[in-house]
Design a protein around this ligand. Structure first.
Ligand code: SAH
Length: 256
């Protein structure tokens, strides 16, 4: 019989930010560089995974259609098991662990099993994309309210979209590419102007980033014509129509 260790490990729920390793917090980088076990999902950039020591056990729980992947309760059980065996576990998640990252469920499972948890915040995709595309999420002239919404199918019909977008507000939609047509229809049916400007930001803070601009009525066509793929965010609101600061920067650089 194996003897149970006297001390169980800690589960660190660590935000890896939107992609660029420079956008990790120092705390995340320090933990990663001395990691023993890393449990990561698919959104985490390989250059960030490469920061873990060679001796670290890297466990991928990425969602993939091609192979069997762990269900959420299996992931929770894995974290608890590793910690109870005495290992410190770095649970690395894209963006921030508590923004559409199921970090809450994992923290609860650890607490229920008596396992210590530390949460390390990360730059969520909304902040990463806004910064990279130079779209301010708030602006004294255009927006003093920002909402983050999950746009995937489940819950789309029951979700109350009324009032989430409009004048004076910025709406950021995560996981909304597949349902972009239904989202635009719903917002327009709720009274939002079909001319409301928006931006779709794909692969924010990565070398492959694309920023596409358009209007609400043309959202589905913008996504389809440009073959936008996940991960991408939809940002709806006047802040996206304030003139393209990136283009302005390029024009200024060109005339210098
Ligand atoms: N916890 C993450 C969100 C996970 S949900 C966070 O805080 O950012 C996954 C969704 O996040 C994707 O469908 C996409 O909408 C968004 N996303 C994550 N990384 C992104 C990136 N680099 N660029 C654009 N969108 C991203």
């Amino acid at each position: 019989m194996t003897q149970s260790p006297t001390r169980s490990g800690t589960v660190y729920l660590v935000g890896a930010g939107p992609g660029d390793p420079d956008l990790l917090t120092l705390r995340a980088a320090r933990l990663l560089m001395r990691a023993e076990v890393v449990v990561h999902d698919g959104l985490v950039d390989p250059s960030i995974l490469a920061m873990a020591p060679r001796t670290a056990r890297m466990i991928s729980v990425a969602k993939s259609r091609a192979r069997h992947t762990l269900q959420q309760d299996e992931i929770n059980a894995l974290l608890v098991r590793e910690a109870l065996e005495g290992h410190d576990v770095i649970r690395l998640k894209g963006g921030d662990p508590f923004v559409f990252g199921r970090g809450g469920e994992e923290a609860e499972a650890c607490h229920a099993a008596g396992v210590a948890v530390e949460v390390v915040p990360g730059i969520s995709a909304a902040m990463g994309a806004a910064a990279a595309a130079q779209i301010p999420l708030t602006h004294r002239e255009n927006a003093s309210i920002v909402s983050f919404v999950a746009g995937q199918c489940k819950g789309l019909s029951e979700q109350n979209w009324a009032g989430l977008a409009g004048v004076g507000r910025t709406l950021v939609i995560y996981m909304g590419i597949a349902t972009s047509e239904a989202i635009a229809e719903k917002l327009i049916a709720d009274g939002l102007s079909p001319d409301m400007p928006l931006a779709v930001i794909e692969n924010a803070a990565r070398p492959t980033m694309r920023v596409l601009r358009g209007q609400l009525a043309g959202l589905a066509a913008l996504v389809a014509d440009n073959k936008v793929k996940s991960p991408a965010l939809i940002v709806i609101g006047e802040v996206t129509g304030r003139g393209d600061m990136m283009e302005l920067k390029q024009v200024l650089e060109a005339v210098q």
